[in-house]
Design a protein around this ligand. Structure first.
Ligand code: FAD
Ligand code: AMP
Length: 477
């Protein structure tokens, strides 16, 4: 059946890339709809995609609860706070997490209403000629017409063929957020962002966690000074991180799941009760494109787009995890908003050089811009300033002195090239550095910016001063 309404914009996918795109289009006075098919384990539909339902939000909820538990166990004593009979209740933790997820996803409906966006729960498939086949949750089909279509179908966990998901002993990241009991022994395959965050959650609740990572290098995408510092702390917390360990098979038996992996000394095994496969995510385009749409995919299955997120087909755009670039919610959101503006004829762009990365472990890790390794490789002369949280009055007061802030600036014109933080609240502190990069700030700009005392943000101020060997509170190299 075809619908007589012609939309200005139909967005397929209601995750953090798709729903902001629809809202911005609506704010711009365009007639917008957002189709989304997400189903939770209980079968209910919710907007918000992976991020709100099974990613960023539930993982941060559990990281927060378990971090508090860990601090009560390990740090309260130093503050002179005695805690007797400390216990956790996983059921309550999980219920709290679900409540937070629900509040976040239900908010999207209200946002759609305010922006005049039509939310359409169900499946969307792009047809030739900018038509969209919409299959509602009850199975009824309608053909919708649109001037512009935005693909925002996101990503799905990659499966390791030799260790297939079974939803019980071998799970993906979503499954690992839903455990109803703490596994005694947990195997995590992949020491990427997701593997480390989930490994931390269950380690803090007492699981023996072994993390198997194929690469010899820990956090290859991060500044290696930061990666080395983080690895030291994670190992101290009891995360058994084995690098250069490529998993090639699994056998389920009476004593658990035995993972087989190859490392420098040959074939090894480790037996665990549960396995989380966190080896990365792939673009999700299943049943997204009908015949003759003109949309092209690259060799890895991502929808091909230019710097403004235009696909090869006229007036078809694509944003978020389904296109090139880091698979991050905020990157998708900025792309969605840009497209919502561009369709309305407004000027907009995404600064791909200023995308912050955050790993919400303890200590947190956050960075923006180039790593020292990348700057070195570029051949551009540079200077570095760093400041350890051990020298920060606020960090000492917080009993959170692990890590440091590091700033890299060009030696020629003082431009800030990269900022790397491992330490307390790194994910919040990095916002200042993102703004600095956005404004092409120099190290001197940061040096001349007053920072409140005593705050953690002084670490970045001192790191900027340190780049010119002018730090006050730390004798920089
Ligand atoms: P998605 O969020 O995947 O949304 C796509 C939506 O489209 C889904 O609802 C899907 O059901 C729907 N869909 C797909 N195809 C169709 C179709 N044909 N018709 C209708 N609907 C369709 N990122 C961060 O920035 N910070 C974090 O802290 C963070 N933590 C994470 C933790 C975990 C455990 C995971 C798994 C991911 C995390 N991420 C984080 C990554 C983040 O979730 C993704 O980058 C983000 O969700 C991508 O947004 P998206 O809108 O492109 O896709
Ligand atoms: P990310 O892409 O950040 O989610 O990280 C996924 C991690 O999984 C990467 O660091 C990969 O090197 C790692 N990985 C991929 N395949 C395997 C494997 N078979 N065994 C162990 N680690 C793996």
């Amino acid at each position: 059946m075809s619908d007589s309404t012609t939309y200005d914009v139909i967005v397929i996918g209601g995750g953090p890339a798709g729903y902001p795109c629809a809202i911005r289009a609506g704010q711009n006075g365009l007639k917008a709809a957002c189709i989304d098919e997400w189903k939770n384990y209980d079968g209910t539909h919710a907007f918000g995609g992976t991020c709100l339902n099974a990613g960023c939000i539930p993982s941060k909820a559990l990281l927060e609860s378990t971090e508090l538990y860990h601090r009560a166990q390990a740090e309260f004593g130093a503050h002179g706070i005695k805690v007797g009979g400390l216990e956790f209740d996983l059921g309550t933790m999980q219920k709290r997490k679900s409540k937070i997820v629900k509040a976040s996803t239900q908010g999207i409906q209200a946002l759609f209403k305010a922006a005049g966006v039509t939310g359409l729960p169900g499946h969307g498939r792009l047809l030739a000629g900018n038509k969209v086949e919409y299959t509602a949750l009850d199975g009824t089909k309608r053909e919708l017409a649109a001037r512009h279509v935005v693909l925002a179908s996101g990503s799905a966990p990659m499966e390791l063929k030799s260790v297939p998901f079974d939803g019980k002993a071998v799970v993906d990241s979503w499954g690992a957020l839903e455990f109803d009991a703490v596994p005694k022994r947990l195997g995590v395959i992949g020491a990427g962002v997701i593997g480390l965050e989930l490994g931390s959650v269950w380690r803090r609740l007492g699981a023996e966690v072994v993390v198997l990572e194929a690469l010899e290098q820990f956090l290859w995408m991060a500044d290696q000074q930061v990666a080395r510092e983080a690895l030291k702390h994670f190992r101290k917390q009891g995360l058994d991180i084995r690098l250069g360990a490529k998993v090639g098979g699994a056998k389920q038996g009476k004593t658990g799941v035995t993972l087989e992996y190859a490392d420098a000394s040959g074939t090894q095994t480790v037996t665990v009760d549960k396995v989380v496969v966190a080896i990365g995510r792939r673009p999700f385009t299943t049943d997204l494109l009908g015949e003759g749409t003109g949309v092209e995919l690259d060799e890895r299955g991502f929808v091909k787009v230019d710097h403004e997120c235009r696909t090869a087909a006229p007036d078809v755009w694509a944003v978020g995890d389904v296109v090139r670039g880091p698979m991050l919610a905020h990157k998708g959101k900025e792309e969605g908003v840009m497209v919502g503006d561009l369709i309305a004829g407004r000027v907009s762009e995404v600064n791909y050089k200023a995308i912050p990365s955050v790993i919400y472990t303890a200590p947190e890790i956050a960075w923006v811009g180039l790593t020292e390794e990348e700057v070195k490789k570029s051949g551009r002369p540079y200077k570095v300033g760093s400041f350890p949280f051990l020298a920060s009055g606020r960090a000492r007061a917080m009993e959170a002195t692990a890590g440091f802030a590091k700033l890299i600036a060009a030696a020629d014109d003082d431009e800030i090239l990269g900022v790397h933080i491992v330490g307390p609240m790194a994910g919040e502190l990095i916002a200042e550095a993102v703004l600095a990069l956005e404004y092409s700030a120099s190290a001197e700009d940061l040096q001349r910016t007053m920072h409140a005392h005593p705050t953690l943000s002084e670490a970045l101020h001192e790191a900027a001063l340190g780049a010119d060997k002018r730090a006050i509170d730390f004798p920089n190299r």
